[in-house]
Structures are given as structure tokens and as C-alpha cells.
Design a protein around this ligand. Structure first.
Ligand SMILES: [Zn+2]
Length: 68
């Protein structure tokens, strides 16, 4: 089980289990918050957690159309 840990204040820590339902990303094009399933992101075995951004559906459709 992976989780994030953050010290809030006065030694109080919060631990949150990372699941396929509680990870979010901000679309780098429009800024919309979108849910991200990390298993999808890492499924090709070549993803960098710090360098990877996931586009929202609208922006990814626009970019795919632009490249055609
Ligand atoms: Zn977007």
C-alpha cells in the first residue's frame, strides 16, 4: 500500500492511502482538475511521476486533432 504522509501542525501527521480514486492532476493546458488512475499512467513502464502531466479529455482531443 502506498500512501502520502504530511505533517500538518504540532506533530500531527496525516496518512492518505493512494488509490485509483484519490489522485488528481491539473490539466497543463486548461487548468481543469481531473482524476488520474496511476496504474494507467505507469502501465507502459516508462512514466516519470514528476515529469508527467495528464491532459483532460477536451484538451487531449484537441491536441490529437491538431497533429493529424
Ligand atoms: Zn484541459
Amino acid at each position: 500500500m502506498f500512501y502520502v504522509k504530511e505533517e500538518l501542525k504540532d506533530g500531527v501527521e496525516i496518512h492518505i492511502e493512494i488509490t485509483d480514486e484519490n489522485v488528481y492532476n491539473t490539466c497543463p493546458v486548461c487548468g481543469k482538475e481531473i482524476a488520474v488512475d496511476l496504474t494507467d499512467v505507469f502501465s507502459d513502464g516508462d512514466a516519470d511521476l514528476f515529469a508527467t502531466s495528464v491532459l483532460c479529455g477536451t484538451c487531449s482531443k484537441y491536441i490529437l486533432r491538431k497533429d493529424e
